[in-house]
Design a protein around this ligand. Structure first.
Ligand code: NAD
Length: 354
């Protein structure tokens, strides 16, 4: 493509943002013309889901608190069945990427609209990307039907997100923005979103690690997560997301901590071949060495350092490499088998990226 040319497809997304705005949920679903909502959550956010059902009042049709990481196919089927049984006309997904992913999996087959209330920084709420895991393989795809109709961001809902998960979830968000900066379909709008999203999160995450109840930092982090999620929704992801997809889908590694371990290694590999992304990251992170700054940020928020800590065996690395090499994807540098081996060996042992 000619230098400076781009295509930008805006997604039809309504965003409601601010502390205390959960109180506006009833008005939001009324605005969308929804009357019988199934509230989705994980088992450990059941109390919050019940509170949401209370706020919805006569517009609540039930609660399904069975969401699980990476949307197992049987969980998606159970959610769909309950939606059918209670005759739901939409879902409110309150939680992290796992719960929002369940809402999307239900939407994919039933067409039921999703209203998302994110409580982590995963960014899933801003994307038309769905994922379902069956027989150790995670299938993903893009479908406009799964894009939430409305997203209600209330930073007050994130103050009980544990410090460790706040840090790794925030780096998961940063990873979306980093890869959007060197995506083949990046654009000036996305570059603005990415740089500002990374700046917000890099500033807020250490403050949250020091004091998880810091409401200003929580607002800034969630604003960053929104922008980074929009980057994910609008562009094609590369090597980093491919690696994390295989590590999560096949080896069941926890999503956000895996991103936090892998990102500095992929940044060190890719950024020398992506000068504009490198420059944007230098500005956003106020550094001359973005890969190192990302590793320092991961350390500052107490993220795990190695894939070994997350439960991956060294003997699993060849299968990861095989899966990553099996399907081509856009990346600023084409990694060889040897490159992937070196990158994954370093990420596995937790040695610092250069
Ligand atoms: P998660 O949704 O699995 O949440 C992790 C745990 O934290 C859960 O037990 C959850 O109940 C709990 N939790 C969430 N918010 C909390 C809060 N505020 N207070 C206390 N506990 C809270 O984790 P995640 O990292 O948000 O999401 C990971 C999943 O999302 C993965 O399956 C990933 O593939 C998917 N994802 C999808 C997209 C997409 O665009 N489709 C984008 C990002 C992530």
């Amino acid at each position: 493509m000619t230098a400076g040319a781009f295509t930008y497809q805006a997604l039809p997304m309504r965003v409601v943002f601010g502390p205390g705005r959960l109180a506006d949920l009833h008005a939001e679903v009324s605005e969308l013309g929804l009357h019988r909502l199934l509230v989705l959550a994980t088992p450990n956010q059941r109390t919050l889901a019940d509170r949401v059902a209370g706020l919805l009042g006569d517009r609540a049709a039930g609660v399904f608190a069975g969401a699980r990481m990476h949307v197992p196919a049987e969980v998606a089927a159970a959610g769909r069945n309950q939606a059918r049984e209670v005759d739901a006309d939409g879902c409110v997904a309150i939680g992290g990427g796992s719960t929002i992913g369940l809402g999307k999996a239900i939407a994919l087959e039933t067409g039921l609209p999703v209203v998302a209330v994110p409580t982590t920084y995963s960014g899933s709420e801003m994307t038309p990307i769905w994922g379902i895991t069956d027989a150790r393989r995670k299938r993903t795809g893009r479908d406009p039907a799964v894009l939430p109709r409305s997203v209600l961001y209330d930073p007050d809902l994130t103050t009980d997100l544990p410090a460790a998960l706040s840090g790794t979830s925030g780096i998961n968000a940063i990873a979306h923005a980093v890869e959007s900066l060197y995506a083949p379909d990046t654009s000036p709008v996305i570059e603005l979103f990415a740089e500002e999203g990374i700046r917000c999160l890099a500033a807020a995450l250490p403050a949250i690690a020091a004091d998880p109840s810091d409401r200003d930092a929580r607002s800034e982090a969630l604003r960053g997560a929104w922008l980074c999620g929009a980057c994910l929704g609008a562009t094609t992801m590369s090597l980093h997301h491919k690696l994390c997809h295989v590590l999560g889908g096949t080896f069941d590694l926890p999503h956000a901590p895996t991103h936090a371990v892998v990102l500095p290694h992929v940044a060190a590999f890719n950024l020398p071949a992506a000068p504009a992304a490198h420059a944007a990251l230098c500005r956003a992170l106020r550094t001359d060495h973005p890969a190192r700054a990302l590793a320092d940020l991961a350390t500052a928020v107490g993220a795990p350092r190695s894939l070994a800590e997350l439960g991956l065996r060294e003997a699993d690395l060849p299968e990861v490499i095989e899966q990553v090499l099996a399907q081509p994807y856009a990346n600023p540098r084409t990694p060889t088998h040897g490159d992937l081996d070196a990158l994954l060996t370093a990420a596995h042992s937790g040695s610092r990226s250069r």
